[in-house]
Design a protein around this ligand. Structure first.
Ligand code: NAP
Length: 259
């Protein structure tokens, strides 16, 4: 299927590794020029070089913290007029409901709610003026079913989901389509960090922690960044113009729900 994206330009945040990189690669494979971002310059430059070599698209890099005002400004300035925005940032740390301070909540809200909202506010006017745009927010399965140790994520991402639900319907008539992708467990550094927490707290090996988690997933495995990226590219495609304000769960069936 031709996704109709050749020659478009995308800003993919937090994309040197993991799910963001999966989205960047899938868009590059469709002929989309990229602006990539992460804090660490070395991994970012390596990813950009690999994507240029594999897909022949133009790739601009901005090493910056996307959750900071200065970082966002630098990224948005380099990005200019983009057709596609994929928002992403690292997830908050696990913990206990009783331990989080106001500062912890503000940090999580900044990273996983207010940053994607600020990025949308920055690029939506241009997309509306040009009559075409796509936004995909990488959120979490925690929006559909809470993950007790990730209360900061449960809270911040629910706020973003509410913003998207209303805003997506305000801009869809202008050709601008916003949706959220909700990852369940995927094989990335983030998953290893979560497994390592389980291994430590339960006194088991990393392999045992992973096997234990896989047993809870009907697909009996972790998702891949490539699968995640393919779903993102489709939501950015010409064919997704009637999919508005949805929350698409990619979790191998882990959340046991009919709808
Ligand atoms: P990952 O493998 O750890 O990759 C995170 C990427 O984001 C890296 O490129 C990292 O590079 C960059 N990054 C992190 N914080 C950043 C910041 N403040 N500014 C700019 N770049 C930043 O993580 P992932 O698994 O792809 O997860 C992506 C998102 O999905 C996270 O919010 C995570 O909580 C959520 N999620 C993941 C899973 C899963 O199973 N993987 C499940 C549910 C939700 P630098 O460190 O160099 O900045």
């Amino acid at each position: 299927m031709d996704l109709g994206l050749t020659g478009k330009r995308a800003l993919v945040c937090a994309s040197s590794k993991g799910l963001g990189r999966g989205c960047a690669e899938a868009l590059a494979a469709e002929g989309v020029d990229l602006v990539l971002n992460a804090r660490g310059a070395a991994a970012l430059e390596a990813t950009a070089a690999e994507i240029r070599a594999a897909h022949g698209v133009a790739v601009v890099t901005v090493a910056a913290d996307i959750t900071s005002e200065a970082g966002r400004s630098a990224v948005l300035e380099a990005a200019g007029a983009v057709d596609i925005l994929v928002t992403n940032a690292g997830g908050p740390p696990p913990g206990m409901w009783s331990d989080w301070s106001r500062e912890d909540f503000i940090k999580a809200l900044d990273a996983n709610m207010l940053t994607p909202i600020a990025l949308m506010q920055a690029v939506l006017p241009g997309m509306i003026a040009r009559g075409w745009g796509r936004v995909v927010n990488i959120t979490s399965g925690s929006v559909k079913a809470p993950i007790p140790v990730l209360g900061l994520s449960n809270s911040a991402r629910a706020g973003l989901t509410g913003f998207v639900a209303g805003t997506a319907r305000q801009v869809a008539g202008k050709g601008v389509i916003i949706n959220n992708l909700l990852p369940g467990i995927h094989d990335t550094d983030r998953a290893s960090a979560l497994d390592s927490g389980v291994a430590k707290s339960e006194g088991i090996s990393m392999a045992e922690a992973r096997t234990k988690r896989e047993a809870t997933i009907p697909a009996r495995r972790y998702g891949t960044a490539a699968e995640f990226g393919a779903a993102c590219a489709f939501l950015c495609s010409q064919h997704a113009g009637f999919i508005v304000g949805q929350n698409l769960l990619l979790d191998g069936g882990a959340i046991n729900a009919t709808l």
